[in-house]
Design a protein around this ligand. Structure first.
Ligand code: SF4
Ligand code: SF4
Length: 297
């Protein structure tokens, strides 16, 4: 089931079709075509799961398929930025490059962004376009912050005599690109099944907050980064996707909710708290939100 309701800025809910027919507040909270685009971007079909659906937690995907859920148009706008970038690229594809072709196998289907001669003479480059935050780019590059002693001590106050620390940026950390790597590698497998050769995989990540100070503090001083993705074992990937597809299929057939999304899938609870559209239908999501509310009050 797709999202069926919008949440208005005043907290009231309205059926998406009702909103598109006429705003209950008299003046719309954003332009009508923008709202139409938001409605379309959140429209999920009940048919075979896609690569991106299978990468998400099974519980989240299941709930999005069976629940009559509500979305906040404002917090969904970021998805339109990504679609806009894809649309722009489509106008500049020549004969050496394939774009946005949906491929499928017996497990799932996926639409890769770009394949062909993208960066140099190599005609086997699989590219993916992302519009994302400086935080995500920082993590994908392996940048991290750590407290380091300044060499000074506090001279007065409760901390008198204790060493002072400052946050410093390091660039030798683990690259957190697992989701992107799983997605791109499965597109690679789908292309290879059709006889194409994929020599390299690269994400082009456009930073949506690159002009802000917070981005500079994270070491992100450019608007665009090319992030290479390594090959993942085909055997592992195929087993992983088959397993996720099976869990989802069984849940849909029995109407039994799959187990809680893994810590990686739920971004160590950050997703449950702020970014999961179906958190209000998930006991785990409800508990996470309640525990934070208790701490605040
Ligand atoms: S336009 Fe905005 S405020 Fe008006 S009904 Fe739709 S979501 Fe609510
Ligand atoms: S609230 Fe968290 S655990 Fe529940 S479906 Fe959403 S991401 Fe998964």
């Amino acid at each position: 089931m797709p999202a069926t309701k919008f949440s208005c800025p005043d907290g009231q809910e309205i059926a998406i079709s009702g909103c598109l027919d006429g705003c209950r507040c008299g003046t719309r909270c954003m332009f009508l075509p923008t709202l139409r685009a938001v409605a379309q971007s959140s429209d999920r079909k009940l048919d075979e799961p896609t690569v991106t659906e299978l990468i998400s937690g099974s519980r989240e995907t299941y709930l999005k398929k069976i629940t009559d859920y509500t979305i906040n148009p404002e917090s969904t706008l970021y998805a339109l930025q990504g679609q806009g970038i894809h649309g722009i690229h489509e106008n500049f594809i020549d004969g050496d490059i394939l774009s946005e072709v949906r491929l499928k196998d017996g497990t799932t289907s996926g639409k890769f962004d770009l394949y062909g001669q993208l960066l140099d003479e190599d005609t086997g480059c699989l590219g993916d376009l992302k519009v994302t935050s400086s935080y995500k780019i920082m993590r994908s590059l392996g940048y991290y912050k750590k407290s380091v002693p300044t060499g000074e001590v506090y001279k007065t106050g409760a901390k008198k005599g204790q060493p002072k620390y400052r946050q410093e940026l390091f660039t030798d950390g683990v690259r957190h690109v697992m989701d992107w790597a799983i997605q791109l590698n499965y597109y690679r497998i789908l292309l290879e099944q059709q006889g194409f050769t994929v020599n390299r995989m690269v994400i082009q990540a456009i930073c949506r907050d690159s002009s802000l100070r917070i981005a500079a503090e994270r070491g992100i001083d450019r608007s665009v980064y090319l992030i290479p993705i390594k090959k993942i074992s085909d055997r592992w990937l195929i087993r992983y996707f088959k397993h996720k597809a099976k869990v989802l299929k069984e849940a849909m057939a029995t109407k039994e909710m799959p187990k809680v999304c893994s810590a990686r899938e739920r971004w160590h609870d950050r997703k449950c708290l702020d970014y999961c559209d179906v958190a209000d239908y998930c006991d785990y999501g409800i508990a996470v939100k309640q525990s934070v509310q208790k701490r605040v009050s």
